[in-house]
Design a protein around this ligand. Structure first.
Ligand SMILES: [Zn+2]
Length: 159
């Protein structure tokens, strides 16, 4: 695991993203400029911790979650993710090049063991997993296609 030193200079309010949409149509996180692969977009080390999960929390351990992730609170699920929420380094970084104007997405089961509110994904990508319930119910060979966090790998190994 690498350090988060690079993230220190990239306070989240300066992240190259904006939030689009509203409560009716749903909100999306959009890149405001081209983003390079591996670029750190948010430092989560100071994020608020809570034992209670919701649709707006990210799981960082078997019984720990964080919320209030600034713009990234509205990061949607993607079965073909462009960013990784790394709960060991405590940062969000690009998995690949992202073009200005593109919506960012991360693979929810990479952090969530059991979603607070499961839903049906309609992303339409060839990789689509359909019902998104969390890592617990995903076949290991499907989960294995993705970058997942340590707590998820450990919970899956002992499930
Ligand atoms: Zn999908």
């Amino acid at each position: 695991m690498h350090t988060s030193d690079a993230a220190t200079a990239l306070a989240t309010p300066q992240a190259p993203v904006r939030v689009d949409g509203d409560d009716d149509t749903g909100r999306r996180v959009i890149a405001t400029r081209d983003i390079a692969p591996g670029e750190v977009l948010a430092d989560l080390r100071e994020a608020h911790r809570t034992p209670v999960k919701s649709r707006f929390t990210v799981q960082i351990g078997p019984d720990a979650h964080i919320d209030g992730l600034w713009q990234f609170t509205f990061l949607n699920h993607s079965c073909d993710p462009s960013v990784h929420v790394d709960t060991t380094a405590m940062e969000i970084r690009a998995l690949r090049a992202i073009a200005a104007g593109e919506e960012l997405g991360y693979f929810y089961p990479s952090t969530e063991w059991m979603m607070a509110e499961p839903f049906d994904c309609h992303c339409g990508t060839p990789a689509c997993i359909g019902r998104v319930t969390g890592a617990k119910e995903l076949p290991p060979q499907v989960l294995g296609r993705y970058v997942v966090n340590r707590h998820i790998a450990e919970m899956k190994a002992s499930a």
